[in-house]
Structure formats: C-alpha cells, structure tokens
Design a protein around this ligand. Structure first.
Ligand SMILES: Cc1cc2nc3c(=O)[nH]c(=O)nc-3n(C[C@H](O)[C@H](O)[C@H](O)COP(=O)(O)OP(=O)(O)OC[C@H]3O[C@@H](n4cnc5c(N)ncnc54)[C@H](O)[C@@H]3O)c2cc1C
Ligand code: FES
Length: 282
C-alpha cells in the first residue's frame, strides 16, 4: 500500500511534494531513477523522478508539477490516502564519477529532478556548482536543499524578481568562459531549456548529460512510446535512459513526440475539471 505520509504544495500550488510509504522502492532507488505510478484503478500511468529516499524509514519523496489530469488528480489527494500502484525503481541510475568540477543546471520543476543527482556528485567528492532558475521568484523550488548539496549556487529568474535576471544558460556560459576545469555539465528542465543548454556547452566541448522526459507507458522497454533518437540510434528512454549525451539527442523529434497527444490531454483535463466542479472527480 502506497500511503501518502506527507504533502506540501509549493510554487503557488503549481508544484506538489508527496512523501510516500514505499519501503522496497526506498531501499533500491539510486539517483536519477524514477517510478511509474497510477493514482487509482482507472488512472493513467505517469513517470515521476524519485527526489529522495529514506531506506530505514521506508519512504520516498516525489515532486510533481500540475500540468494535466493525473497530476491535478494527485494534487487533490491528502495524507493518509493511498496511491494504487507505484512501480520502480525504473531507468538507469545516473552515472556518478569523480570528474573534478561538475555544473548541475535545473530549470523549473527540473530542479527537483536534478537535486538527488547534485547530491550524488557532491557526495562523490566533486567540486559542484549548481545553477537553478525559474520564470519568477514564487515559482523557484528547493533553493535551500540545493544549497546544501553544492559548493556554489547561482539562482536566476526570467523576470529578474529574484537572483540574477536572465536564464540559467546565461550563467552557465559565463562560468564556462571563466573556468577551464569543468569536467561535466548535467542539465534538467523543459525540453527547450535542455536543447539550448546543449547548444551553450557544445562550443566548449564539455560533456553534457540531460535527463529526458518523453511520454512513457509501460516503463519496461516494450511499448516503444518513449523512443528517442540519440546519435542517430533509436533508444528507449525508460530502459536506456533517462540520462543521455545531450549533444547527441534529436531534440526536434523529442519536442514533436511530446506534442502528439496534446488535444486529447487537453480534453481529458477539461473533462476532469468539469467533473471536479460538478462534485465527482474519479
Ligand atoms: C523519466 C521521467 C521522469 C519524470 N519526472 C517528473 C517529475 O519528477 N516531476 C514532474 O512533475 N514530472 C515529471 N515527469 C513528467 C510527468 O510524467 C508528466 O508531467 C505527467 O505524466 C503529466 O501527466 P498529466 O496527466 O498530469 O498531464 P497530461 O495532460 O497527460 O500531459 C501534460 C504533458 O505531460 C507530458 N506527459 C503526459 N503523459 C506523460 C507520460 N505518461 N510520460 C511522460 N510525460 C508525459 C507531456 O509532455 C504532456 O504534454 C517525468 C517524465 C519522465 C519521462
Ligand atoms: S515506456 Fe514503453 S518502451 Fe519505454
């Protein structure tokens, strides 16, 4: 039984944190891995990254952005309620080596995904620089947590309401110009951000990894829904990823595939909102 032990809403209610009872998943999950969950017996399966685990106490922490029907449905659930299925850990753990200086870049909800990875690079003895950003101050998440797992933290907001005015990639470019010791950049966020991040690092020849978020269904490499082209080869993000060499990813195709079901997703969300307004939501 996957009980919600704690719930917190943040970023003006657009992001939600759940601490979930899941002892076996907590024991096995490594940074970079994710779970696929289903809120109830009629629910859709959605992948969410495991941001933190507590193997001794048997819980995992997940953060999700409310973007459509399932995430909106989850955001209405309360501590004590049960999530029907949580399958995991899935995906290949992030490869964490001692490479010297690592820059971890998180945009928007991507900060929640990069948080456990940043901690892993920090624990492995690297000099870790983190850059996190959001559209505006109120949407910035996990600043304190990120600060505790890096040596240097830079914060940006698109509108200049907090930290440095601009994009995470502006700071990244400056750092790459100033420092010659950067062994690796890891970037996670919306697809356009990851695409631009890879363009930024390419002229510097710095290894750049991104964690991709294609549509997933089974999470076991059998349905083909999550296929992405990396270095001209078809890869299944759920079993070969989610981390890939960003300079090899076909972002054009990834963006197109993410748009494939937008009309259906919009219709499903609207129907759900109408049901909620009418008093039935499952
Ligand atoms: C490996 C991986 C890890 C992820 N980790 C997180 C996380 O930690 N926090 C978080 O907020 N989001 C994460 N996502 C994205 C998350 O799965 C989607 O936001 C969620 O599925 C949206 O569901 P929905 O029904 O609310 O929205 P919908 O209306 O169904 O979709 C809204 C958008 O979400 C994406 N999406 C929809 N269904 C899926 C699906 N089955 N798989 C992947 N993307 C989908 C599409 O881009 C779509 O346009 C992750 C995705 C992947 C692949
Ligand atoms: S989600 Fe089905 S193959 Fe990856």
């Amino acid at each position: 039984m996957f009980e919600i032990l704690e719930k917190k809403q943040m970023a003006q209610g657009t992001v939600c944190m759940f601490r979930l009872k899941a002892p076996r998943i907590a024991r096995k999950t490594r940074p970079g891995q994710f779970v696929i969950l289903r809120a109830n017996e009629r629910g859709e399966r959605i992948p969410l990254t495991v941001a933190e685990t507590h193997p001794e106490q048997g819980w995992i922490r997940i953060y999700f952005q409310v973007v459509g029907k399932t995430t909106a449905m989850l955001a209405r659930m309360a501590p004590g309620e049960i999530i029907q299925d949580v399958i995991g850990p899935l995906g290949v753990p992030t490869h964490v080596d001692k490479v010297g200086t690592v820059i971890c870049v998180g945009g928007g909800l991507g900060v929640a995904v990069i948080y456990p990875i940043t901690r892993a690079f920090f624990d492995a003895g690297n000099h870790v620089i983190a850059i996190i950003g959001a559209r505006t101050k109120e949407l910035l998440i996990l600043e304190q947590e990120m600060n505790s797992v890096c040596h240097e933290l830079h914060v940006t907001t698109d509108d200049g309401s907090y930290g440095r005015h601009g994009f995470v990639t502006d700071v990244l470019k400056e750092l790459l110009e100033q420092r010659k010791d950067v062994g690796m950049v890891m970037g996670i966020g919306p697809v356009p951000m990851m695409r631009f991040l890879c363009k930024t690092t390419q002229p510097f020849g710095v290894k750049t990894m991104v964690s991709l978020n294609p549509i997933m269904v089974d999470g076991t490499g059998m349905c083909g829904a999550c296929r992405v082209r990396v270095g001209g080869q078809t890869r299944f993000c759920c079993v070969h990823g989610p981390d890939f060499d960003g300079h090899q990813v076909d972002f054009e195709e990834l963006s197109k595939r993410l748009m494939m079901y937008v009309p259906q997703e919009r219709e499903s969300y609207q129907r759900f909102q109408a049901e909620v307004a009418g008093g039935s939501s499952r």
